[in-house]
Design a protein around this ligand. Structure first.
Ligand code: ADP
Length: 492
């Protein structure tokens, strides 16, 4: 055979022919300050002495110094929130609260380009995701809950509803602005005031949100943003004058928080880890399912609590699905988060990269078969190639533990019952996907899955009108939809 024909079809289709030129998103228009303090009682508080650094995970370069709030800072914030609750916010008619919440939504839209760029610089996510998903959904969440503010009596017919008081909220680093929106919007709509702590690796868009809230003219103290680490979060959870705690983060910290509030009378919602099963039946549209598998596990570098991190594929289509999946993985662009072509950006922190590497090593040691497409990773920054493991058994660590990275564990099943048993064989219960041509099968399987969210013939679709939350070690309480009002209300 001549040299020309020695290339495989795969190489011809997905090798050197499809190299994209870079398409960088400019970032020189964003104004990131050298340092950030807190936002308390309507004032931007100075950074103080105790600080930490937030850095760019794609370059490892420091971006800004950020204040590390202690118990005294949290106390000030809670006092400001209490005052705002007593004096203004709880007394304000819902239709007036709605105007402020709408204003925040509109201003997020106006500043969406800046917010998207900063989100990608601080957190490592691809610009096309922060631009097209995180920021629009954050605005949509405020719009949605603004609509509920004057209709609470209709949400729970026959009951009377009251706000709770001061909500203490702690959010993670995987969707920084979006999680702030998920927490703040329903709290404000229901008449509560807020003390919120962003994650320590991604505080910047929360501080931009503080600027928006300030510009929107919210009464001082209605929203207070305290920066800091885990201890700062614990100070919020343990503060006597906090009436409600809402936490999104790891199951490990969720358990600590649940213990801390036990017996205090504080209302609690926890949105914790997951090990979602994406179940592909042999009657599913395979090409669409492959897209769903990719979106399920590689979206946001797999830093997604509801990620479809376990693929359950019916045995008779295993080889076809895996071959198509590998081919599709070979087209994924890994690298600079600010490049508009990038599909997989930077892992959020060195610590997270180490966690992923440890679990992937465990997968190899336990005998699963690893595949990574050919791709060159940048020399600096925290990056991890998209990875799948086949020959995985349910007892492997990579089938049981949340990896929170771009790593998929593939298992097989023969019958629908076996699929359900395997999908439920996890301490978690957050999200699943079911792929089948038959609606009746889809609904039957969905009814048997122990999972808060179940997608049918799609994955990782979010809407503010749709409730989200887990069972088992994935937590309790719902965010989004009318369900998301309930954790912030006393219903009589
Ligand atoms: P991860 O391990 O993925 O970083 P964490 O659950 O540790 O997730 O972090 C999620 C959020 O919880 C962050 O804002 C973090 O600062 C905060 N946090 C960490 N430890 C505690 C704690 N003991 N009490 C309250 N908040 C905490």
């Amino acid at each position: 055979m001549g040299k020309k024909s020695s290339k495989s079809v795969r190489d011809l289709l997905f090798g050197d022919l499809w190299e994209y030129a870079t398409a960088p998103q400019s970032s020189d228009f964003v104004d990131i300050k050298d340092s950030y303090g807190h936002y308390i009682g309507g004032e931007f508080v100075d950074i103080g002495e105790e600080t930490f650094t937030t850095s760019n995970p794609a370059t490892e370069e420091p971006i800004a110094e950020v204040a590390l709030g202690d118990e005294a800072t949290v106390d000030k914030a809670v006092k400001a929130a209490r005052k705002a609750y007593d004096k203004t916010w709880s007394k304000m008619p819902g239709r007036e609260r709605a105007k402020y919440i709408y204003r925040i939504a509109r201003m997020i839209q106006e500043k969406s380009r800046n917010l998207a760029v900063v989100e990608s610089i601080d957190g490592g996510k691809p610009i096309k995701e922060s631009r097209d998903i995180d920021i629009p959904l954050a605005a949509a969440h405020f719009f949605y809950y603004a609509g509920w503010a004057d209709k609470l009596d209709y949400a729970f017919p026959g009951a009377s509803v009251n706000s709770l008081g001061v909500a203490g909220q702690i959010i993670p680093w995987n969707f920084p602005l979006l999680m702030a929106a998920w927490k703040i919007a329903p709290a404000l709509a229901t008449g509560n005031t807020v003390v919120i702590k962003p994650a320590e690796t991604t505080p910047l868009t929360a501080m931009m949100l503080a600027e928006i809230i300030d510009e929107a003219g919210l009464p001082p103290g209605v929203v207070n943003i305290v920066n800091g680490m885990g201890e700062t979060g614990a100070a919020i959870v343990n503060h006597d004058d906090v009436d409600k705690v809402a936490f999104t983060g790891s199951t490990q910290v969720g358990k600590i928080i649940q213990r801390a509030v036990a017996g205090t009378g504080k209302k609690l919602t926890l949105e914790l880890g997951g090990k979602g099963a994406n179940i592909i039946f042999d009657d599913a549209p395979i090409d669409q399912a492959v897209e769903g598998i990719v979106n399920g596990i590689f979206f946001n570098q797999g830093h997604v609590c509801c990620a479809g991190s376990r693929l359950l594929v019916q045995e008779n289509i295993h080889d076809e699905v895996i071959e198509k999946l590998k081919r599709r993985m070979s087209t994924l662009v890994v690298g600079d988060p600010l490049d508009k072509n990038t599909d997989i950006g930077a892992i959020n922190s060195r610590e997270q990269l180490e966690r992923i590497t440890t679990l992937v090593d465990a997968g190899v040691d336990e005998g699963a078969e690893m595949f990574q497409p050919r791709c060159s990773l940048p020399d600096t920054g925290y990056f991890f190639a998209p990875t799948i493991f086949t020959d995985v058994t349910p007892s492997h660590r990579i089938a049981q533990e949340e990896i929170f990275g771009p790593v998929l564990s593939v298992l097989t099943f023969r019958t629908p019952d076996e699929a359900v048993k395997k999908a439920n064989n996890t301490p978690y219960g957050l999200a699943c996907g079911v792929w089948s041509d038959k609606g009746s099968k889809l609904f039957r399987i969905a009814g048997a899955l122990e999972s808060g969210v179940i997608w049918g013939n799609t994955y990782n679709k979010f809407d503010p009108g749709s409730p989200f939350g887990g069972y088992k070690e994935s937590g309790f309480g719902r965010e989004g939809g009318a369900h998301g009002l309930l954790p912030y209300l006393e219903v009589r």
